[in-house]
Write a protein that binds this ligand. Sequence first.
Ligand SMILES: NC(=O)c1ccc[n+]([C@@H]2O[C@H](COP(=O)([O-])OP(=O)(O)OC[C@H]3O[C@@H](n4cnc5c(N)ncnc54)[C@H](O)[C@@H]3O)[C@@H](O)[C@H]2O)c1
Length: 333
Amino acid sequence: MVNVALIGCGTMGRTHANSYKNINNANLIGVCDINMEKAQSIAKISGSHVYLKFEEMLENENIDVVDICIPTYMHKEYALTSMEARKHVFCEKPIALTLKDANEMVRFSEKMSVKFTVGHVVRYFPAYKRAVDAVGQGEIGIPKLIRTTRNQGFPKWSWEGWYMDYEKSGGPILDLIIHDFDWINYYFGDVERVYAQSLNGKAKEQDHCVATLRLKNGAIAHVEGSWAYPEGSVFRTTFEVVGTNGQIEFDSLKSCGIEKQINNGHHITSYLSPTAHSMEPYQAELREFINCVEADTKVSVSGSEAVKALQVALAAIESSLTGRPVTLKNYIH
Ligand SMILES: NC(=O)c1ccc[n+]([C@@H]2O[C@H](COP(=O)([O-])OP(=O)(O)OC[C@H]3O[C@@H](n4cnc5c(N)ncnc54)[C@H](O)[C@@H]3O)[C@@H](O)[C@H]2O)c1
């Protein structure tokens, strides 16, 4: 059994706590938030102990894994404190706001010999997984163009409105489409050059960005992210991958989960569509990390890969501010 302590009981804290309920070898023993009500409401999910102070939770509980679900600008501080105490760390994405901080987190996890992963969950979304499997099996030939979109309204709901402060969240390029940067970087090839345009938060409570990536293997990607949609809009993602022999596309608004059940006389056999609950991506990424801690195996999403995604996002921000393409240097770790 792997004992987990979670810090940050907001949107992602709740998502993670609900996921642990379905992970048999994980025990959410403690949850921490500066807001007692939020912590208590999450603690009810698994009967966890409640803490207002992280250090107290660290001292009082027998913790194997710290799960970091607090705002991005605090990731480094709590990751380093956890690693110092020799805890394995699951950190929500993005890893950090700067390459310096991100590299420090990766280096420190190595120094302390603890496992460290970052929540690049798009890799676990069934449709995204199916697409890369299809590409891997040569179903559409060699990918030449990847187009992704990730759109929502302006994130006003967060604790103290921290998403709206770009010094704390990095804005939609760093917070939102880093998901797609990781997916593209990891599965389709390293990014060589980035050109981006963005409203850069200049329009009141609206932001939108478009980034063009050239990959080292010659393919190109078009990544679009928006915090400009009307309040209450349904979160929507799409992708399109065009290869030398064909094309795959996905639209989250057009896809729905289908569960087919057949009575074989003794019990019910389920055939699950790619979007069925049991393939819930947050659960899948956490389960994989818990298994990896239990079995002492290599993590699937390494800290270094998270640094690479951050590097693309920072290059896109730089390009959007300067109006010039940015060629990525070798990231230092
Ligand atoms: N993987 C994904 O799909 C995904 C989606 C949304 C957010 N995120 C990431 O998850 C992280 C958290 O985002 P969120 O949307 O859950 O934020 P949120 O605003 O909903 O919640 C943040 C919580 O942290 C608590 N908090 C603040 N300071 C604290 C401290 N010092 N100690 C304990 N608790 C503290 C707040 O009270 C709040 O409950 C961010 O890094 C964000 O980018 C990832």
